[in-house]
Design a protein around this ligand. Structure first.
Ligand code: NAD
Ligand code: LMR
Length: 320
C-alpha cells in the first residue's frame, strides 16, 4: 500500500520520500465482516494484533456488539456478505448482500455518522446507492464520505499493464472509471502514467482481462470464493489513503465509485482527491480526450450501471 501511494505521488512531481505513514493523530478503523475467508473474528484479531504497527486490534462479534464496534470510528470498511461462485455475476449476490449492507449502514448512521464509509460488498454498483439511500433516510448522508472500493481494479490494471510492457510496477498508474462489474469497469489505458504505446489488440486484451479479473480468481478458486488477498491489499491501500487524507496530507488521489456529476449517472468511479472532509474534488481530466475505443466503452457501460444504481435505490426505498 505504501509503495502504491508513493507511485501516485511521484507522477505529480512531488518529492518521493520512502517513509512509512506516521500519522499526526490516532484514528479508529472498523471492518464489518472482517472474518471473511480467513478465520473467526477472534482468530483474525489475535493474528492481526501481532503485527508491529502502532495500532491496537479489538474484536467484536454479532449484532449485540455492532454499535460498540462503531463508536468513535473514523473509517468504516464493509466487506460483509457472500462472495461469488463460478458462473455467478456480482449482481447474483444482490438478494443476500443488499440487506446486509442496508443493516450495517443503518448502524453506521446511528453510531458514527461522520465516518468515511468504504463499501466493498458486491454488487458495489448497487450497494453504494443503497448505502446512500439509507444514510439519507437517517438524515446523515454526506456524499463526500461514501466510497465504493474499486481500488482492486486499479491494482489489477497497474499489474497487467506493467507485465505486458515490462515496466517497473511502482511507476505504473492506470485510472479505472465507471463501476465495479464486467463492462462497467473501464480502464483508461490511454491515460496510463507513464504513457505507454499499445496496439489495438493489446488494448482490447488488457481491457477485457481487467474487466474479467475478478471472474479469473473466482474460477481459479473453483467454488471457494473470490479474491481475498489482493482485495485485502487493495483495501489496505484505500484505507491508508483515507487516513493520510484525514491526517492532513494534501496530495492523496485514488479512484473510487462515488456520487458524481462527471457523467449523467448519479454514481460513477473516477479519480478523486481525498481530503480531511472526504472527497475534495472529482478529477474530470481523465475523462477528457478519450480514445474512440474508450468513448465507445464509456457509452456502452452506462445502461448497465444506470440499471444497477436504480436497482439499489429501489431496494432501499421498498424496505423503508
Ligand atoms: P466471505 O464469505 O469469506 O466473508 C464474508 C464475511 O461477512 C463472513 O465472515 C460473514 O460472517 C460476514 N458477514 C455476513 N453478514 C454479516 C453481517 N450482517 N455483519 C457482519 N458480518 C457479516 O466473503 P469475502 O470473500 O470476504 O467477500 C465479501 C464480499 O466482498 C463479497 O460480497 C465479495 O463479492 C466482495 N468483494 C468485493 C471486492 C471489491 O473489489 N469491491 C473484492 C473482493 C470481494
Ligand atoms: C473482484 O473484483 O475480485 C470482486 O468484486 C469479487 C468478485 O466477485 O469478482
Amino acid at each position: 500500500a505504501l509503495r502504491a501511494s508513493f507511485a501516485l505521488k511521484a507522477h505529480k512531481g512531488a518529492t518521493v520520500v520512502q517513509t512509512p505513514f506516521q500519522p499526526q493523530a490516532s484514528y479508529k478503523v472498523a471492518v464489518l465482516g472482517a472474518a471473511g475467508g480467513i478465520a473467526n473474528v477472534k482468530g483474525v484479531a489475535a493474528d492481526l494484533s501481532h503485527c508491529n504497527t502502532p495500532s491496537q486490534v479489538l474484536d467484536f462479534t454479532g449484532a449485540s456488539e455492532l454499535a460498540n464496534s462503531l463508536k468513535g470510528v473514523d473509517v468504516v470498511v464493509i466487506p460483509a456478505g457472500v462472495p461469488r461462485k463460478p458462473g455467478m455475476t456480482r449482481d447474483d449476490l444482490f438478494n443476500i448482500n443488499a440487506g446486509i449492507v442496508k443493516n450495517l449502514v443503518e448502524a453506521v448512521a446511528d453510531n458514527c455518522p461522520e465516518a468515511f464509509i468504504h463499501i466493498i460488498s458486491n454488487p458495489v454498483n448497487s450497494t453504494v446507492p443503497i448505502a446512500a439511500e439509507v444514510l439519507k433516510k437517517k438524515g446523515v448522508y454526506n456524499p463526500k464520505k461514501l466510497f465504493g472500493v474499486t481500488t482492486l481494479d486499479v491494482v489489477r490494471a497497474n499489474t497487467f499493464v506493467a507485465q505486458k510492457k515490462n515496466l517497473k510496477l511502482i511507476d505504473v498508474d492506470v485510472p479505472v472509471v465507471g463501476g465495479h462489474a464486467g463492462i462497467t469497469i473501464l480502464p483508461l489505458l490511454s491515460k496510463t502514467k507513464p504513457s505507454v504505446s499499445l496496439t489495438d489488440e493489446e488494448i482490447e486484451k488488457l481491457t477485457v482481462r481487467i474487466q474479467n479479473a475478478g471472474t479469473e480468481v473466482v474460477e481459479a478458486k473453483a467454488g471457494a470464493g473470490s479474491a481475498t488477498l489482493s482485495m485485502a491489499y487493495a483495501a489496505a491501500r484505500f484505507v491508508e489513503s483515507s487516513l493520510r487524507a484525514l491526517d492532513g496530507d494534501g496530495d492523496v488521489y485514488e479512484c473510487s465509485y462515488v456520487e458524481s456529476d462527471l457523467t449523467e449517472l448519479p454514481f460513477f468511479a473516477s479519480r478523486v482527491k481525498l481530503g480531511r472532509k472526504g472527497v475534495e474534488a472529482l478529477i474530470p481530466s481523465d475523462l477528457q480526450g478519450l480514445t474512440e475505443y474508450e468513448l465507445k466503452a464509456l457509452e456502452a457501460l452506462k445502461p448497465e450501471l444506470k440499471a444497477s444504481i436504480e436497482k439499489g435505490i429501489a431496494f432501499a426505498n421498498k424496505q423503508a
